[in-house]
Design a protein around this ligand. Structure first.
Ligand code: 5GP
Ligand code: SF4
Ligand code: MG
Length: 458
């Protein structure tokens, strides 16, 4: 999911519209904006893309100078309007709105305890437990929020808003990205820096693990709800999820992906006539591979812009259809050629097999697949939609078996060290370069097993 917040700007709603539009790749299922004018909340949420959910009149009706917004993709396939965010609640004498990117891993346990204590839940969104924890506290809003956040285990970036306060918080490992910017006197917060750029805001800094920022009539206050723990920003953000024009933790995404591609060429060189990347996420890495090897980069695959991201559509059936609609091989480019095809990850293996076959049908004589991440063997508990372990092809097949399954002439994956170095983390001296690599190495920064059924993360 993607979140976007504004504090102190009369055009908070239209800024949110553009900001969320820039974050659209983080979720295409629903979108919502909630504004506060100092007294009341005004909000609108709907299923679909930002440009479908909002029009000029809707935005004009959202008057206020503080706002939080959200674009959503569900991590459990439960796609419905009641789970569209920001979630809005009655709170004391006013209102409370919450927008989240991430997943609360111990949510089932907390929910059970709350239900036993008499709480009634309205959504299947895991974010709702945060609202209940805050509401049950006797303390003021900021202290209540800190207490509530301390009880959560997981990876999350939260924007919370009452009628007169905005709170911004990140989990103690900084698993999900969240950045701060300024435009004039106003403050802006976004999942990625590309959303700052689009509204002309200046990037200020990343939000730190365990940090909690409070913005209200007294100004801007830096605080925290817990001590920072092992920094573990999601590596999949660099590999696949975030936009190439965003910077995370000081690294530009396009440049990091290019380095992954050139590192890949050093780790698993193969001679070929052309290099092609699977659009959009692997173009940067393919350019890096081509630069390193001198094999020309070519546009061997074209993406139809008018289909959504395949992974984001909930069911397998839809996903399969999506891939067909989405990519085509360029026959004149690949015919008679030995092709290196760069992709960012293999999850189930369906996408790679289809693309290899597309290239072969278009006349490629050899197809060598290079994946700019290590084998994806373990599920994510922190808000990236991954299937059960048993559907992760790398968890039950060797690389040779996967190569056969996807019908490639050769297959290689980037090493974890190569990945960390490409992203640029080694210099910082942090454990694993300050990254979460759990889906590759099973070394989760938090406890992940709390029993119970998992609810909808984001
Ligand atoms: P699969 O191997 O499951 O058929 O597809 C993997 C492809 O899905 C990759 O090329 C990657 O670009 C794309 N993808 C889309 N969303 C995600 C995601 O959330 N996680 C992962 N690992 N890959 C994703
Ligand atoms: Fe990202 Fe993988 Fe960690 Fe999930 S497990 S937060 S996808 S690196
Ligand atoms: Mg892809």
């Amino acid at each position: 999911c993607g979140v976007f917040g504004v504090f102190g700007h009369p055009e908070a709603a239209s800024m949110s519209y553009y900001g969320l539009h820039a974050l659209q790749h983080r979720g295409e299922e629903s979108a919502g904006i909630c504004v506060a004018d100092g007294r009341d909340f005004n909000y609108h949420r709907g299923m679909g893309l930002v440009k479908e959910v909002f029009d000029k009149d809707k935005i004009a009706s959202l008057i206020g100078n503080m706002s939080i917004g959200h674009v959503r993709y569900s991590t459990s396939g439960d796609s419905r309007l009641t789970n569209a965010q920001p979630l809005v609640f009655k709170y004391r004498d006013g209102d409370l709105a919450i927008a989240t990117n991430g997943n609360i891993v111990n949510e089932p346990l907390i929910r059970k305890q709350l239900e036993q204590g008499g709480s009634i839940f309205q959504t299947t969104s895991d974010t709702e437990v945060l609202a209940h924890l805050i509401a049950r506290s006797q303390k003021d809003f900021v202290e209540a929020t800190k207490d509530a956040l301390k009880q959560l285990v997981g990876g999350f970036a939260f924007l919370l808003m009452t009628n007169d306060k905005l709170i911004v918080a990140s989990d103690t490992h900084g698993l999900r990205p969240l950045v701060m910017g300024r435009v004039g006197e106003a403050y802006v917060f976004a999942s990625e820096s590309c959303a700052l750029e689009v509204i002309g805001a200046q990037f200020v800094r990343d939000i730190e693990p365990g940090e909690l920022l409070v913005l209200d009539q007294n100004g801007f206050k830096e605080d925290r709800f817990a001590e920072p723990q092992r920094k573990a920003l999601c590596a999949m953000e660099y590999i696949y999820f975030a936009r190439p024009d965003s910077d995370l933790n000081g690294s530009n995404l396009h440049s990091a992906r290019k380095r992954m591609g050139s590192r890949m060429a050093l780790e698993a060189f193969v001679d070929a006539d052309i290099v092609t990347g699977v659009p959009d996420s692997s173009i940067s890495a393919a350019i890096g591979f081509a630069e390193q090897t001198g094999i020309p980069y070519e546009l061997g695959l074209i993406k139809n812009k008018y289909t959504g991201r395949t992974f984001i559509q909930p069911s397998q059936e839809l996903r399969e259809q999506g891939v067909k609609m989405k990519l085509s091989a360029v026959r004149r480019v690949v015919e008679g050629q030995r092709v290196v095809m760069i992709d960012d990850s293999i999850v189930r293996g369906t996408t790679s097999r289809r693309i290899v076959n597309l290239l072969r049908e278009a006349g490629a004589t050899e197809v060598h697949v290079r994946i700019t991440s290590p084998p994806f063997k373990n599920p994510c508990f922190y808000g990236i939609d991954t299937p059960d372990r048993r559907e992760l092809i790398a968890s039950y097949k060797t690389i040779a078996e996967m190569c056969e399954e996807i019908n490639a002439d050769s297959l290689a994956f980037l090493s974890p060290e190569g990945l960390i170095q490409s992203i640029g983390g080694y210099n910082s001296g942090d454990y694993k370069g300050g990254l979460c690599l759990s889906c590759f190495d099973n070394d989760y920064p938090t406890q992940v097993d709390f029993g119970g059924e998992e609810k909808d993360g984001c």
